[in-house]
Design a protein around this ligand. Structure first.
Ligand SMILES: NC(=O)c1ccc[n+]([C@@H]2O[C@H](COP(=O)([O-])OP(=O)(O)OC[C@H]3O[C@@H](n4cnc5c(N)ncnc54)[C@H](O)[C@@H]3O)[C@@H](O)[C@H]2O)c1
Ligand SMILES: [Zn+2]
Length: 352
């Protein structure tokens, strides 16, 4: 196998220490262990209709609040519905809200738990690749307001995160692909070995080998946890996680792309830009393009460059006349580089 011998995986725990909380991560756990892990609290499950449809039996022991699936429902109306349901069930500080689902469910769970009665305990059981490798970790939560993504939110760490990889058996293939964009991102910014592991295997290998996917998710959770424990409130290194997201977000909205697709194209643009900026000696864009394509992610797009540039100028990472970009020195090592709008405009048609 990859980093270890192919022994049968058994549940093991890692603790990540944040400013206000220790988060316990239970890797390769079975969902049925939840009751034992949350002994002194009343569990309420929050999930979406797709996850419920496939896994309802697993929730039979607890009250379940079900929400409509998808980003379009990550909003205040859904929060209002959840709050009404919590009140109906008499939920209070002795309740532990457990979000079981993709990033939409984990983001809403954290947000509701942060504001309901000024804060109740909560835990996350991520069920998509994206939520396992990224969204469930780091404490950022929130909802969208109209077209503005994550406009309302807090940073609050969950009490626990439980990883049960058997949920992935029902995840549609397009969601696997989506999640791998963030995994490739982690490799690009932090881990050259992970990058070469991804080159060696294929999406099909990860979909069909439980040990391989377990190691991959755990590795990615460790990378993200490492970055966010070192910089919980995004003063420095946590910004590296935005690799591919500046141009990615601009085209995501304009072209209504799935997030992973937009980030993939955004990473290619950031790699091309890394090659063009004086002082960086990056020359591995083509290797990254090849890996993204191998995982069925798009690497370019027909777009209106003027329109994308307009959106970029509005980006919240823009300062005075420049934008902070995450660029690569080498695969596995990223940095923050301020690029003036003039210089960006000069290269723009060649990088995207
Ligand atoms: N908080 C953070 O740090 C952070 C980081 C990255 C992304 N996010 C957020 O995460 C969200 C995207 O997450 P996502 O891609 O998981 O989206 P999602 O929650 O919409 O899930 C994608 C689809 O997969 C379905 N699904 C999930 N697990 C399933 C399973 N096991 N079986 C069958 N269907 C399943 C969902 O119902 C949905 O239809 C965005 O809202 C984004 O803003 C947050
Ligand atoms: Zn992302």
């Amino acid at each position: 196998m990859w980093l270890r011998l192919p022994v049968k995986y058994i549940m093991h725990t890692s603790e990540y220490t944040f400013s206000k909380k220790k988060v316990s991560c239970y890797y390769d756990a079975d969902f049925s262990l939840l009751a034992g892990l949350v002994q002194d609290k009343n569990i309420v499950i929050l999930t979406d209709e797709h996850v419920y449809e496939h896994h309802a039996k697993r929730f039979a022991a607890w009250p379940v609040i079900k929400i409509a699936a998808g980003e379009a429902h990550k909003n205040q109306a859904t929060v209002d519905h959840i709050v009404q349901e919590l009140i109906k069930r008499g939920a209070n500080k002795n309740t532990c809200l457990i979000g079981v689902g993709g990033g939409v469910v984990t983001d809403i769970t954290g947000y509701v738990a942060a504001v309901y009665m000024r804060g109740i305990p909560f835990g996350l059981v991520p069920t998509s690749i994206l939520a396992m490798a990224d969204a469930a970790i780091g404490g950022k939560n929130g909802i969208d307001v109209g077209l503005y993504k994550n406009m309302l939110g807090t940073i609050l760490q969950p009490d626990l995160i439980l990883y049960d990889y058997s949920f992935l058996q029902t995840l549609p293939v397009r969601e696997w692909v989506n999640g791998f964009a963030e995994i490739i991102k982690h490799a690009c910014i932090k881990d050259a070995l992970l990058f070469s592991v991804l080159e060696r295997y294929s999406l099909h290998d990860f979909q069909t080998d439980q040990t391989l996917i377990a190691e991959l998710i755990e590795k990615n959770a460790a990378i993200k946890s490492g970055v966010v424990t070192a910089d919980e409130f995004e003063k420095g290194d946590r910004k590296l996680l935005n690799f591919g997201h500046t141009i990615g977000h601009a085209i995501e909205n304009l072209h209504e792309l799935p997030h992973g697709h937009a980030v993939s194209i955004g990473m290619v643009a950031a790699c091309n830009l890394s090659e063009k900026i004086n002082g960086l000696h990056f020359n591995e864009a083509s290797r990254i393009v090849k890996l993204l394509a191998k995982y069925h992610l798009p690497v370019d797009i027909e777009t209106n460059h003027e329109k994308v540039f307009e959106v970029l100028k509005m980006d919240k990472k823009r300062r005075e006349d420049g934008i902070d970009f995450i660029l690569l020195d080498t695969i596995g090592k990223a940095g923050i580089v301020r690029i003036s709008l003039d210089e960006l405009e000069k290269h723009f048609k060649e990088i995207l």
